[in-house]
Design a protein. Structure first.
Length: 755
């Protein structure tokens, strides 16, 4: 299928012209626009969440706000005159100045100096934390990642995500995460706005996002706004930090699992910088000598970010490449491999010559994966996407409309062998056009309502767009975020889909394609209700309930005999759950305990599913239905030594038992009277049993030593699965073997830093 892209392209260009023109209304002659950019004087990085207050010297008005993730804040409708401006951020010296507003637009750049005596308070009071969630949204920082024991010198987003209630990993290999009942193909993952299909490595302890490159990660377990389209389960939106604008810095590290290096610094002091991080696994080379067992897993990733800051714009160019290869089951010859290639740029333009700040993005993303023997893969599939987007703001209904549009062209390809009985070869192109907008209403200081609406046109359905209304609300009874009630509701569509035979946990080979035009789009309805309470200065608790109704979920058909198959059927699903979190932090001690309960159920017509059970509708729980999950994390620093502990518990996941065995002669080549035929396995009722419970303890101890000014060494010792629990990964019905997860894996890492 090839889709003409001219009509949506014309619509896109027309909308962009309207956006730019509509973003330039005539300003009232007595009003000004103030755009504030806040950075750190230490390294030139932006300071999101900095408080900005404008107070008229004649006492006639006061305006206040906080900077966004780019350290940027725009305040409109300000009467011209003289004002005092105060810019503050925890851990930095407050900046005060006097502004004379005589022009329509004013850009004001502020560089805050670090207040040394408050550095410890920065760690304690910073926003974030595992218990700080708002209707499915949680923001993770590098400090959060650093608390999770990871076999290396620093934390990693993959290890952190697995400590959250509602996030299910089927094992310590394979690189797949299921979030609140959704599948990996129903998640949207992006880095600096660039979509990336599978950034999680074949060793599930790692992702392409180590602690040293992350500034923040917004994790939406559901209820996300229309800014994020084409996902029905969750969103992980990662923002990388920029390279140091003032000084050169770097590090090199080694551990039994991986080696890494980092280089960053200014290309033009205070104006241009670069950050490059490269990592490569070495566990395949060290495992036999250190652990007396083969670990046939290899991966590497390279990430680079260029930043340009001027008085009127902030621009980034980000590139990322990942590569994974290995065998999830050592006793099978199937080698899995995948790679991601992502390159994108973004410019936030806010100069005094334009009336509205404009956010431009464009880029390219590719995903490849294959399965088979190492020399000759039997199956391969890939996607290519080119995209561009623009976002801006416009006054509407007494508030501000944030709106934008995105246009992309995606190519889907697959080359499959005869085992895929319903598919042979795929090559199709899809043009996609999205428009989205959101408003933010604050009827009172205690209540915030954010409705949003998006529409999506793709493939041959350019005349039948989706309509996806969504709303998020927060109510603060005390007028502050110490107590908060949050709500999120919404409708979500996905216009492409990933095909994976999830009956076999020994593979994660995925074929991506456009949704079948003869059926409705995969769709979901989300509902989330949450409550959070801060108790004193050290304790925060939160409870959140959620429900999702899924439609047109792509699932594999069933066959009584165990064999590869990607014949698919459409199922409907329901997800219900609740998670409770308790976080405690005081001084150098931090702890977090979370409990999650959920249930996931699919149902489909028996004839469509190919099942051999009674009844016209078959209901079952898919293999990522983990009913109970407990996570506990603790971190303590004493005399320069940091101890981290993480314990995870999960109830058993569904699996399909073996019913029996039979012999099948190859007729007419074989005669039943002389040859019994080939043995094969018969399945019992699909997902009719559950695996044993899972639990694991990870620990680490770390210490940093200063050698000279600007030169230090960091050491870390620890172990994964410290008490050597034999956790089952899955039961391989093809080889009739129990496949276990990793035994105890002790490690020692060393990192040299130049700052």
């Amino acid at each position: 299928m090839v889709v003409a892209s001219a009509p949506p392209l014309r619509w896109f260009l027309l909308l962009m012209c309207c956006a730019v023109v509509g973003a330039s209304p005539v300003q009232a002659q007595t009003e000004s626009v103030v755009r504030v950019v806040v950075t750190s004087a230490d390294d030139g990085s932006p300071l999101p969440g900095a408080n900005v207050v404008l107070t008229a010297l004649d006492g006639t008005g006061r305006h206040a706000g906080a900077t966004d993730v780019d350290g940027f804040l725009e305040m409109r409708g300000i009467e011209r005159g003289r004002y005092q401006i105060a810019v503050s951020f925890v851990g930095y010296v407050t900046h005060r100045d006097t502004l004379a507003l005589r022009t329509e637009r004013r850009v004001y750049n502020v560089s805050l100096r670090v207040q040394e005596q408050e550095l410890q308070e920065v760690e304690i009071e910073a926003e974030g934390g595992a218990a700080r969630q708002e209707a499915g949204l949680q923001t993770a920082t590098a400090a959060d990642l650093n608390r999770i024991p990871t076999p290396g010198p620093s934390g990693d987003l993959a290890s952190y995500l697995q400590t959250l209630p509602g996030v299910v990993s089927v094992g310590d290999r394979g690189g797949r995460l299921f979030i609140r009942g959704g599948t990996p193909s129903q998640n949207l993952i992006q880095v600096d706005g660039i979509p990336i299909t599978n950034p999680f490595h074949i060793s599930s302890l790692y992702s392409a996002f180590p602690q040293e490159i992350i500034r923040s990660a917004d994790i939406y377990a559901g209820g996300f706004t229309a800014e994020y389209m084409d996902a029905t389960s969750s969103v992980i939106d990662v923002t990388l930090r920029q390279g140091n604008m003032k000084e050169f810095a770097g590090s090199a590290s080694i551990s039994p699992f991986l080696a890494s290096t980092r280089v960053e610094g200014p290309l033009e002091r205070g104006r241009q910088s670069v950050l490059v991080v490269a990592r490569r696994s070495i566990i395949d080379e060290t495992s036999e000598s250190l652990y007396d067992r083969e670990v046939p897993l290899t991966f590497y990733d390279i990430t680079g970010r260029y930043t340009l800051q001027t008085e009127s714009a902030t621009c980034h160019v980000t590139g990322m490449f990942t590569d994974d290869e290995g065998r999830i089951n050592n006793d099978r010859n199937t080698v899995l491999a995948w790679s991601n290639t992502a390159l994108g740029g973004r410019c936030l333009v806010f100069g005094e010559r334009i009336d509205r700040a404009l956010d431009f993005r464009a880029g390219y993303s590719r995903f490849d994966n294959d399965a088979g023997t190492a020399a000759a893969p039997e199956r391969s599939a890939s996607t290519d996407e080119i995209y561009m987007s623009i976002d801006t703001e416009q006054p509407m209904l007494g508030t501000t409309l944030d709106f934008g549009a995105r246009f992309s062209v995606t190519t889907y390809e697959a080359d499959l062998d005869e085992k895929f009985v319903s598919l042979d070869r795929i090559k199709e192109n899809g043009a996609s056009f999205e428009v989205y907008g959101s408003l933010t209403f604050t009827p009172s200081n205690n209540l915030t309502i954010k409705p949003s609406l998006g529409t999506h046109l793709t493939g041959q359905r350019l005349g039948t767009p989706t309509l996806e209304p969504r709303v998020r609300m927060t109510y603060r009874p005390l007028g502050s975020d110490r107590q908060e009630i949050s709500l999120a509701l919404g409708k979500y569509n996905q216009v492409d889909e990933g095909l994976t035979d999830r009956r076999d946990a020994g593979t994660n080979f995925t074929v991506w394609r456009l949704a079948d035009e003869d059926n409705a789009y995969p769709q979901a309805l989300h509902g989330i209700l949450g409550y959070s309470q801060q108790i004193g200065d050290a304790v925060e608790v939160s409870v959140e309930g959620y429900a999702k109704r899924l439609s047109n979920v792509l699932v594999p058909q069933w066959t009584p005999e165990a064999r590869f198959n990607t014949r698919t059927a459409l199922a409907d699903g329901s997800v219900y759950g609740v998670d409770a979190r308790l976080e405690f932090q005081t001084g150098s001690f931090y702890s977090f305990v979370g409990y999650g309960w959920s249930t996931v159920e699919y149902e489909a017509a028996r004839d469509d599913l190919g099942a051999w059970i009674e009844g016209s509708i078959f209901s079952y729980s898919p293999p990522h239905d983990r009913r109970h999950q407990v996570n506990a994390v603790a971190s303590y620093e004493l005399a320069g030594v940091t101890a981290n502990v993480s314990w995870q518990f999960g109830s058993g996941r569904p699996y399909t038992k073996v019913f029996g065995f039979d012999l099948a002669p190859d007729l007419p080549a074989q005669k039943p009277t002389t040859s019994p035929g080939t043995a094969f396995t018969l399945f019992d009722r699909p997902y009719g049993a559950r695996l044993p419970t899972y639990h694991r303890l990870d620990v680490s101890l770390g210490r940093s030593f200063d050698l000279t000014s600007g030169l230090s060494i960091e050491t870390k010792a620890g172990a994964i699965n410290t008490y050597d629990r034999s956790n089952i990964f899955y039961f391989d019905v093809n080889t009739l073997q129990r496949v276990d997860q990793s035994p105890v894996l002790p490690y020692l890492s060393l990192r040299v830093k130049v700052e």
